[in-house]
Design a protein around this ligand. Structure first.
Ligand code: HEC
Length: 135
């Protein structure tokens, strides 16, 4: 009886700890933790890609972009926890985003600096736009 009670207490405390995670008002589900990882990769690689483009380092920019293109595939499976009824809109934005990444890939291969700068700005806007509705 005593053991059962302490197990229950530990479970209760564990639930409490995960609910109290900073910036989150609810417990993270496994899907959300994967989405979090996907977007962390996106964020990190985009920072490197953008910086490399500014420096004219197309090789590094291209490598980061490829990692973003892998991550973007996981976005199709996102379970939205904000405006989840707008899944069509989300898919549309994700498609546009993927399209722009692919255009950027071409511009990088062609070492077309002006075009990479333009696409970089477009991509940056699409991060903000999608987050304003779904993040
Ligand atoms: C098509 C929509 C969409 C686009 C485009 C998008 N994101 Fe996100 N992003 C999301 C959603 C949805 C979340 C919330 C994911 C979650 O918490 O499950 C998110 C979360 C994030 C987070 C927080 C991760 C976390 O959980 O701590 C970062 C950082 C981020 N995105 C960076 C970026 C960057 C950088 C770009 C552009 C290069 C970008 N995102 C483009 C939809 C998008």
């Amino acid at each position: 009886m005593k053991t059962t009670m302490s197990i229950a207490l530990v479970l209760w405390l564990a639930g409490f700890a995960s609910a109290a995670e900073p910036g989150r008002s609810h417990t993270m589900t496994p899907e959300m933790s994967t989405q979090h990882n996907t977007m962390s990769v996106m964020n990190k690689q985009w920072a490197v890609c953008k910086k490399s483009l500014e420096a004219g380092d197309f090789a590094t920019a291209g490598a980061s972009l490829e990692r973003m293109q892998k991550a973007v595939k996981d976005m199709e499976k996102f379970k939205l926890h904000k405006n989840s009824e707008m899944m069509e809109n989300f898919k549309e934005q994700a498609d546009n985003f993927r399209g722009n990444l692919s255009e950027l890939g071409k511009a990088i291969k062609e070492k077309d600096r002006a075009r990479t700068q333009g696409l970089s700005a477009t991509i940056e806007k699409s991060c903000v736009q999608c987050h304003s509705v779904f993040r």
